[in-house]
Design a protein around this ligand. Structure first.
Ligand code: 13P
Ligand code: 13P
Ligand code: MG
Ligand code: MG
Ligand code: MG
Length: 360
C-alpha cells in the first residue's frame, strides 16, 4: 500500500524577531500531533528552520487530504495561541484566513507532499529554508537531476541514464509545463534561471515515479498583498535509480545567491547549516537551509540525520559568509537590494507622491 509524506510549514511567530521558534511552540505542536493525529498519522516529526515550524507527517490519506491539512492547520492555530501568550513576533503571521476550508493551499502555510510505494529501502531528504523563496531550489534541483558534473549517476547508473522530467510552475500566470531532460535542457534553463517567476514544482523519473516535490504555490493575493511563496521546503527521494544522498546534497557545497534576506527584500547566499545553526540573526539572515535525512520504515520516520552538520560543509559556510560580507557592502543598492517590483516592502509610492511636483 502507498504511503504519503507531507511537509507542511508556517511561521506563526518568531523568537526573537524573525530568528527562531520558541521551544514551547514546538512542544505544543508535538503534543497536538500526538493527541489529534493518533488515528490519522503513521508518524510525525516537528522541527524548525529560523522562525518557520515544519511538520513532517506520514500517513495513508494521499496528497491534498482534507483531514491531514486540517490537522496541520489546527496545529498552527494552537501554536499561534502559545505565540500570542508569549507575545512572540508576528504571532499567526502565515495564517491568512480565519477559517479552514478543506485545503491548506493558498491559506498561508507552505506545503510539499508526495505519495509513493515505499521501496525496500526508502531514504528521503527534507530540505527546509528560511529567509528565502521557492525559487531557491531551482538551481540545486537542476544540478541534482540534470547536471552530470554534480550527479555522476546520470552518466554511470543505468537506471538514471535516461534522465528526469521537471514540472515547472509559472507563478504569475499559474500555469504548468513539463520538460523532459536531458533532451530539453536548454529550454528548461531559460525558465529556471528566472527563479522569481518560474519554479520547479516536482521532478519525476521517465517512468513517472515521483522523485522530488517543492512547496511552490502560485502567488495568492491575500490581505492585499502577494503571499504564498515564502520560506520553502523540498522533499527529495534518494538512491536506487534516483540520485544518491551525496549527489542530492552536493549543490549546497557551493552556496548560490537567493532572494529573501532582510525584510524579504535582499539577495544573499543560501548557507547550508545544521539544525542548531538554523537561527538567522545577522541582518535577519543570511538565508539558510537545513537538510534532514530519514529512512522510511513502513511509514515510520527513522531519523533524522542532520545532513548539513557534516564538517565537509564548513567550507561552504565560510564561502557563503564571505559572499555575505561582500554583498552587504552595497547596502540599499541593487543587486543586494531586490529590484523595485520584487521587494516585500517599499516606500516608493509615498516618496513619489510627496515629490510629484518636483519631477519636471
Ligand atoms: P558504500 O560502499 O559505503 O556502500 O557506498 C556506496 C556509494 O558508492 C555511495 O556513493
Ligand atoms: P520571515 O519571512 O522569515 O518571517 O522573515 C521576514 C523578514 O524579512 C525578516 O527580515
Ligand atoms: Mg517571520
Ligand atoms: Mg521565516
Ligand atoms: Mg520570508
Amino acid at each position: 500500500s502507498k504511503i504519503t509524506l507531507s511537509v507542511i510549514k508556517a511561521d506563526v511567530g518568531g523568537f526573537v524577531g524573525h530568528g527562531s521558534v520558541h521551544p514551547d511552540m514546538l512542544k505544543n505542536a508535538e503534543e497536538i500531533l500526538e493527541q489529534q493525529g493518533k488515528e490519522l498519522l503513521v508518524d510525525f516529526f516537528v522541527t524548525n528552520v529560523g522562525d518557520d515550524i515544519n511538520l513532517i507527517l506520514t500517513h495513508k490519506e494521499g496528497i491534498n487530504s482534507e483531514k491531514v491539512h486540517k490537522l496541520a492547520w489546527n496545529t498552527f492555530l494552537s501554536c499561534t495561541e502559545v505565540a500570542k501568550s508569549l507575545k512572540m513576533y508576528g504571532a499567526g503571521q502565515d495564517l491568512l484566513s480565519d477559517a479552514f476550508s478543506g485545503n491548506i493551499k493558498g491559506m498561508g502555510p507552505g506545503i510539499a507532499e508526495m505519495e509513493f510505494e515505499e521501496r525496500p529501502s526508502e531514504p528521503v531528504i527534507i530540505f527546509m529554508a528560511d529567509k528565502t523563496e521557492p525559487g531557491a531550489w531551482n538551481l540545486p534541483l537542476y544540478k541534482i537531476f540534470a547536471d552530470p558534473f554534480n550527479t555522476i549517476g546520470l552518466v554511470i547508473d543505468p537506471k538514471m541514464h535516461s534522465g528526469f522530467c521537471f514540472e515547472v510552475l509559472d507563478l504569475v500566470e499559474d500555469k504548468k509545463v513539463t520538460f523532459s531532460c536531458p533532451e530539453e535542457l536548454y529550454d528548461l534553463l531559460i525558465f529556471l534561471g528566472a527563479s522569481n517567476r518560474y519554479v520547479v514544482k516536482s521532478v519525476y523519473t521517465k517512468n513517472k515515479e515521483i522523485a522530488a516535490v517543492s512547496s511552490t504555490q502560485k502567488m495568492n493575493q491575500m490581505a492585499g498583498r502577494y503571499v504564498g511563496k515564502d520560506d520553502p521546503v523540498l522533499i527529495v527521494r534518494c538512491q536506487s535509480g534516483l540520485p544518491a544522498v551525496g549527489e542530492v546534497l552536493e549543490p549546497f557545497a557551493n552556496p548560490h545567491l537567493v532572494t529573501g534576506w532582510m525584510r524579504g527584500s535582499h539577495y544573499g547566499p543560501l548557507i547550508p547549516v545544521s539544525q542548531k545553526q538554523a537561527v538567522p540573526t545577522r541582518f535577519d539572515g543570511p538565508p539558510r537551509a537545513i537538510a534532514m535525512g530519514f529512512q522510511l520504515a513502513n511509514g515510520r520516520l527513522i531519523g533524522p540525520q542532520d545532513l548539513f552538520a557534516d564538517v565537509a560543509f564548513d567550507r561552504a559556510r565560510q564561502k557563503a559568509l564571505k559572499a555575505a560580507d561582500y554583498i552587504r557592502q552595497m547596502g540599499p543598492f541593487e543587486p543586494h537590494r531586490l529590484p523595485l517590483d520584487e521587494m516585500e516592502y517599499t516606500t516608493m509610492p509615498q516618496v513619489m507622491e510627496k515629490l510629484k511636483n518636483r519631477f519636471k
